[in-house]
Design a protein around this ligand. Structure first.
Ligand code: BG6
Length: 468
């Protein structure tokens, strides 16, 4: 007997990407912090490959949407670049060539029967706003983001019906202010990180408020990276460490997004430690009244934590004073990215959404496996035989399916990504796509996983390898 897994009707099948990782720099009126970072520190990027060309989507979008159709996609998420759409960052006035480009993108997606999901921000703050105002630590930047959002909604809100305010806003704080792996590469600035997190939550709520006030025919959500915090043991110390990591890393965005309030226990700790964010009196009502319609949840790897055992290397306040990463022996690792592979977390996330976040509609908005040197796996027909990627996706989808059977209101699955794309630091080192990108010629070639995905999407499910 076959054990076919069938997903709900209307399930979204597709992939995610972002403007800065696919479009290429051409004709933008502004530089993002990532463009600027590459200009001044190209050695930070694998093989010194920067964000100037990426997938050259700006010249290939028509063929790329046709390719996505061929991959069986019914949906695709990308981001508008603030630095491309907006000419005047203070007023939110659009740039005509940016407007024309995104209109063309919308049309090409529609022509190929692909529902577009537009995200407004994928780590790509305009560099001038960091220079002039200190970036997301500034409330003025929140106001400018809302002007940009309004412009985007009024231009494209009748054509695009699913919007996202931010992709993985926690990464902006972690990577830019705590651990220094994205520009501005600050380390140990915990108090600033807390203010950034607050402003990103507020910016999301204000954009949602603007969207709803415009009475557009769609829905709006946020995309969060969920790394469930699993404690090393059941000791009280390890449990406390994982509870703090969960509060800071996940619930600091999840709670305001879905419930309109911040996690109480975390707020108490931040207050006690003297690092609570600054807020205005009207903010609490704005956050309460403008929660999301849906969540996108990106999942790649879990977070394993233990009570702190080593001394912190900073006297400044950082969230790590309450936990430490734990390297679980025998964990499965993707060696190219160094991330643990733990598919069951998808089920745990889905159940947490069901139980703690009022079973709000959500989709798995990114999941994927980056592999270096995939040309090793080219078969005699010239195609990359990435059966490891198929196995990776099947395992995650099996857990997702189980959660749906148990009542989780998941409405889709997006892989990272359609065509190998550029990435922060790693550039093109690790490849994630269903189609390979030849960096010399720009040629796209479907991998084995691309054919597998098409079949999954067409059948709205699959028979897991190993069952018969
Ligand atoms: C996600 C981001 O967290 O992970 C993407 O939304 C990113 O922008 C993806 O590219 C994969 O991570 P990386 O660092 O391997 O490119």
């Amino acid at each position: 007997m076959s054990s076919r897994l069938t997903f709900p009707d209307g399930f979204l099948w597709g992939a995610a990407a972002s403007g800065p990782q696919t479009e290429g720099f051409f004709n933008k009126p502004h530089k993002s912090i990532m463009d600027h970072w590459y200009d001044i520190q190209p050695d930070d990027f694998f093989n010194q490959v920067g964000p100037d060309i990426t997938c050259d989507f700006i010249h290939h979008y028509e063929e790329d949407f046709a390719l996505m159709k061929r991959l069986g996609f019914n949906s695709y998420r990308t981001s508008i670049q603030w630095t491309r759409l907006i000419r005047d960052l203070e007023t939110g006035e659009p740039d005509p060539s940016g407007v024309a480009f995104y209109r063309n993108v919308i049309q090409a997606a529609e022509k190929n029967g692909i529902e577009l999901i537009f995200n407004l921000h994928h780590f790509d703050l305009p560099e001038e706003l960091l220079e002039r105002y200190g970036g997301w630590t500034s409330r003025h930047v929140v106001e400018l983001y809302v002007k940009y959002a309004r412009t985007a909604f009024s231009l494209f809100g009748n054509d695009v019906h699913r919007w996202v305010t931010f992709n993985e806003p926690m990464v902006i704080a972690e990577a830019g202010y705590l651990y220094g792996f994205h520009w501005p590469k600050y380390r140990g600035r915990g108090k600033d990180a807390v203010q950034v997190i607050y402003h990103l939550n507020l910016a999301s709520a204000l954009a949602i408020q603007a969207y709803r006030s415009m009475k557009l025919p769609g829905t709006i959500g946020i995309i969060l990276n969920l790394t469930p915090a699993y404690p090393r043991s059941d000791s009280l110390e390890d449990l406390a460490a994982s509870a703090f990591a969960e509060d800071f890393c996940n619930r600091f965005f999840l709670m305001p997004a879905v419930h309109g309030v911040f996690p109480e226990r975390l707020i108490r700790t931040l207050k006690q430690d003297g690092v609570l964010f600054e807020e205005s009196s009207e903010d609490a009502a704005i956050l309460r009244q403008n929660t999301v319609d849906f969540l996108g949840l990106n999942y790649y790897h879990p977070r394993r934590v233990k009570a702190r055992e080593t001394r912190l290397d900073t006297a400044a306040w950082v969230p790590d004073r309450y936990f430490e990463d734990y390297e679980m022996p025998d964990r499965r690792i993707n060696p190219y990215r160094g991330w643990e592979i733990y598919p069951k977390a998808v089920y745990d996330i889905a159940m947490a959404v069901k139980q703690e976040y009022r079973n709000i509609p959500w989709y798995l908005s990114e999941n994927g496996m980056g592999v270096e040197g995939e040309e090793r796996f080219i078969d005699t027909s010239g195609r990359i035989k990435d059966d490891y990627r198929i196995a990776f996706y099947e395992e995650h989808l099996e857990w997702l399916h189980r959660a749906i059977e148990e009542g989780s209101s998941c409405f889709g699955f997006h892989a990272w990504t359609a065509i190998d794309c550029w990435s922060w630091n790693n550039a093109f080192k690790n490849r994630y796509g269903f189609a390979a990108l030849d960096l010399g010629t720009g040629k796209r070639t479907v991998k084995q996983s691309g054919d597998w995905f098409k079949a999954v999407s067409e059948q709205n499910g699959f028979i897991p390898s190993g069952s018969n």
